[in-house]
Write a protein that binds this ligand. Structure first.
Ligand code: PEP
Ligand code: MN
Length: 337
């Protein structure tokens, strides 16, 4: 952190500011130039509130030179994090595919979809039991019954399961879930994030509708600072002015996050586009950009889906998309050799 001091500040005021900063366990270095004075901070500045510094009367400007996230930062953890769950890995050079319906609907539909995605080569089964819907009149999910059906589908297919938690009071229901998803709308539900930080369970954290990558990383930091380092980041499209797609896929998030963090990166081309025909090309693109995993919505009969039918692939479309996805994965791996 670098602090620029106002011209009129007295030596006593500057000394007092430095004293205050030392209380945060950092060292200060006062540089007096011809036209200005600057205090450079050395050490871990993550606990210093930049607004509190800016609010000081003698401070002209303040800038962070280091990111405010520590646990998620590649600078302090150069090697990629690989998360192992249910005999599968996310991160570390292999591409994982998470697939399944938006919502868990009926036993029959879930089982058919689960078997179909497994057959097509998916590594994980997804399905929402608690659904964050824009309308309170839309299908809200089966709740506990949905969780039980997912566990049954795992038994039949062997695929580890991924499902979304919306409310902390449901946490006990997730005890037997392999990966807990935090949806875009809950990315900054800090109470939920902290509680998940105290669990020993991988968390798939989705980027908020209009969240910056730094905000996403700060949310990951909430989980990690409580002790859970198994965080998987997911880009699922952000709000822009473009109405042709549900969101706009920020594909640059993959290489950018790769530089900034060691955490695995997932792309969700289904929510990113909202359009079934765009899912395959965006998925292939995500693999080329270096994503560690994909999360794709697949439904046995999208036109009758209880949620997100327009962006869901049929099993046949998913099977065909998987061929291109795996071909791109092989191509990238061979190119790197
Ligand atoms: C979902 O994955 O079903 C979902 C609701 O996604 P998002 O939080 O990205 O909208
Ligand atoms: Mn959905």
């Amino acid at each position: 952190m670098v602090i620029i001091i106002k011209d009129k500040a007295t030596e006593e005021q500057v000394g007092e500011l430095m004293e205050w900063l030392h209380g945060f366990n950092v060292k200060t270095n006062l540089v007096t130039g011809i036209h200005s004075r600057i205090i450079g901070l050395i050490g871990d500045t993550t606990s210093i509130d930049i607004d509190a510094v800016q609010a000081r009367e003698i401070v002209e400007a303040v800038r962070r030179v280091q990111e405010p996230y520590k646990n998620a930062n590649r600078r302090f953890h150069p090697d990629d994090t690989v998360i192992e769950v249910g005999g599968k890995k996310i991160g570390g050079g292999t591409l994982s595919v998470i697939a399944g319906p938006c919502s868990v609907e009926t036993e029959d539909r879930l089982m058919q979809t689960a078997l179909a995605v497994k057959e097509a080569g998916a590594d994980f089964l997804r399905g929402g039991a608690f659904k964050p819907r824009t309308s309170p009149y839309a299908f809200q999910g089966l709740g506990k019954e949905g969780i039980d059906l997912l566990i049954q589908a795992r038994k039949e297919t062997g695929l580890p399961i991924v499902t979304e938690i919306m409310d902390l009071s449901d946490l006990d229901l997730f005890a037997d879930i392999d990966i807990v998803q935090v949806g875009a709308r809950n990315m900054q539900n800090f109470t939920l994030l902290k509680a998940l930080g105290r669990c020993d369970k991988p968390v798939l954290l989705k980027r908020g509708l209009s969240a910056t990558l730094q905000e996403l990383l700060m949310s990951a930091e909430y989980i990690m600072s409580e002790g859970n380092s198994k965080v998987i980041l997911c880009e699922r499209g952000i709000r822009t002015f473009e109405p042709e797609t549900r969101n706009t896929l920020d594909i640059s998030a993959v290489p950018l996050l790769r530089q900034k963090t060691h955490l695995p990166i997932v792309i969700d081309p289904s929510h990113a586009t909202g359009v079934g025909s765009l899912v395959e090309p965006m998925a292939v693109c995500a693999v080329a950009a270096g994503a560690d995993a994909l999360e794709i919505e697949v439904h046995i009969d999208p036109k009758s889906a209880w949620s997100d039918g327009a962006q869901s692939l049929t099993p046949a479309q998913f099977t065909s998309a998987m061929k291109k996805i795996r071909a791109m994965e092989r191509f990238c791996r061979e190119e790197l050799r």
